[in-house]
Design a binder for this molecule. Sequence first.
Ligand code: URA
Length: 226
Amino acid sequence: MEWVRCLADIGVRDLKLPAGAAGMEEGDGAVHDDESRLALAGNLGEVREVLGDCTRCKLHQDRKNVVFGVGNENADLMFIGEGPGADEDEQGEPFVGRAGRKLTEMIKAIGYERKDVYIANIVKCRPPGNRDPQPDEVATCSPFLYAQIQAIAPKVIVTLGSPATKTLLESRTGITRLRGRWHDFQGIPLMPTFHPAYLLRRYTVENRTLVFSDLKAARARIDETE
Ligand code: URA
């Protein structure tokens, strides 16, 4: 909603919209209230506040913790994965299990530490049995991810695996064809690469080389801007 952004630009930080306000359908109050509050959120803390103790989709039923995101609020580089697994659900932090340790190695391979980057997922609650997030869950949760991206304003986004890449690029093409090339997410250069869990499953020299080359391209793109 462009007009909400205009209000944010002139300093309006709190806005309560009545159902039936311009652009709203009767009964859409809660969704549009989120939308306007997220558009006004100037930082990650405010986005987290809007998310609250979320019960907006069915994933909340089995989760232990909402896994919001972790890292540097001013990061140049943002990684986006799929959804929390068992370890992440337990600890409330993304990428802390086996795939997370591989991601940490990938981050170090291009000269960063975990604390330098920001890491988030497309859904913030664990899908049961580590299944892929379903379209309704992604649709409900992605506005919070987009608000995180807006708050951080990274120079480069790296999506990890198919679900994250397809969501951000609104594409049905698989990761194998999308990775290794630059794409655009709302004006931010986006590089898809394989998910670290996939890399662990298929730990070949070829896959490791491809992921390293994607990450080096991301690092080089950031360095070009400095
Ligand atoms: N896999 C993901 O996509 N995200 C996590 O946070 C952990 C594993």
